[in-house]
Design a protein around this ligand. Structure first.
Ligand code: DQA
Length: 142
């Protein structure tokens, strides 16, 4: 199974920024662990701070992957363009957040992209990504 892991703004600083919320592990080192934990999966890892680049990557994944795991960072809360891109591709996507956005500020309680996803996983730190992969794998094999 080919899974495209897409990360949005500021997630390149995971491990350094607001460690009390997002922990101290870097995204790169966690992604290396994922490739070890799921040797049968073909992952592509993408991160951008630019909305249009994220949209281009969703389009690319629509052609070349079987599923998407997306943490669109703050764009999750208001980007109709990213939601439209997820709807424009035929493959399923899971929205992930490291933090439990529902226990944070009210403006983080809304997701513009959740209606375009098959499910949402939030609040388990970087492990949210593994849970999303497991969920997509089960769906794929059902
Ligand atoms: C986040 C939650 C967002 O509200 C925030 O803007 C982020 C990270 C998370 O993974 O918890 O950048 O997506």
């Amino acid at each position: 199974m080919r899974i495209s892991i897409i990360n949005g703004p500021n997630l390149n600083l995971t491990g350094q920024r607001e460690p009390e919320i997002y922990g101290t592990q870097s995204l790169e080192s966690y992604q290396r662990l994922l490739t070890v934990a799921f040797p049968e999966m073909e992952f592509t890892f993408f991160q951008s701070n630019i909305e249009g680049n994220i949209i281009d990557e969703i389009h690319r994944a629509g052609q070349e992957a079987d599923a998407i795991v997306i943490n669109a960072g703050a764009y999750s809360h208001y980007s109709l363009a990213i939601a439209d891109a997820l709807r424009a591709v035929a493959i399923p996507a899971v929205e992930v957040h490291m933090s439990n956005v529902y226990e944070r500020e009210p403006e983080r309680h809304h997701s513009a992209i959740a209606p375009a996803c098959v499910g949402v996983i939030a609040g388990f730190g970087l492990d949210s990504y593994r849970l999303a992969i497991e969920a997509l794998d089960s769906m794929h094999n059902a």
